[in-house]
Ligand binder design. Sequence first.
Ligand SMILES: [Zn+2]
Ligand SMILES: [Zn+2]
Length: 353
Amino acid sequence: MLPQKNHSAVFSGPKNFEIKDLPIPKEENGKVLLKTLSCAVCGYDVRVFNEGHKKVRPPIVLGHEICAKTLNTVNLPNKQIIPEDKRVIVSPLIPCLNCHHCSAGCFNSCNNLNEIGSSINGGFADYLDIPQNNILINGIIPIENNIHDDEASLIEPLSCCLNAHLNFNIPIRDEFVIIIGDGPIGLIHLQISKLHGAKTIVVGKIPSRLNEAKLIGADMVLLNNDPEESIKSIWDQTYKKGGKLIIVATSNPEAVDLALKVAGKNSLISIFAGISRNKIVRIDPNLLHYNQITLSGSFSSTPNVMKKAMDMVHQQKINLRRLITHRFSLDEIDKAFMITEGCNGLRSIINSF
Ligand SMILES: [Zn+2]
Ligand SMILES: [Zn+2]
């Protein structure tokens, strides 16, 4: 028997959560109801909480890094049958399935995209319902047994990082990869770059996080107190080559300027993180032109890439567990958001509802 109420943290406008018991969503119109087990707090959630976002219309339940379990058997279009009571991860994408990007399978580029935890209620609640268009792209994926619930919730951000790397199209073996941002996302990019045999430099502002980057195996970490000093140091450390790949994994717009100034010839800069609202960055186009620098971006992921990300965790090629530093109940969500905003530790997880 399902309980009658869905204990939820409702985002009701900037800087405001209301802990409420909502009705349990109904399994109708092809929707699938899941019981949430863990949901990680993303930097995006904190930006939405503080500033709002054009995709988000409160009141809404945020949370898109989700580990949940099925309440009934689910039949997926890929012929996979997920039994009742099976743990799953959830792609946040609800694509329209009509636009040309959807036709090409690029569901994260859908022209009419809805997203769980942004435009549709997400994982900071006891239960969540998954719309049919997510099921139609096989958006719920069973979790391998050796992966813990909290770790599983971080497969979503891992898959976003992996999606970026799959699109880079430049070899990075023995090349310098510069990761600007020492948060959980930067540390995931660090792990993927190391797997590809790159020489890695992590630039950040939090000594404890840079220390973690060192422990993960960064070849160099740089505390960025003075950007001019950092730029000089990177050119020295890379023997005047600069970075081959520069990943901007922070929402601080100044990082884009730093990326342009440490990019080597024939390099690629990836804007991975969303930048705070209304922040415009000026760039010198001649830096791109004369140095043949590619400026690119990447957003979200697809269920296929999420499966690849799950395999990497299953095979212990990527360690997500070490990125989890705090765990809270749903009633303590304010605390989890404060810790994330204050860059204390790495990822905070909501895992009791
Ligand atoms: Zn996220
Ligand atoms: Zn579409």
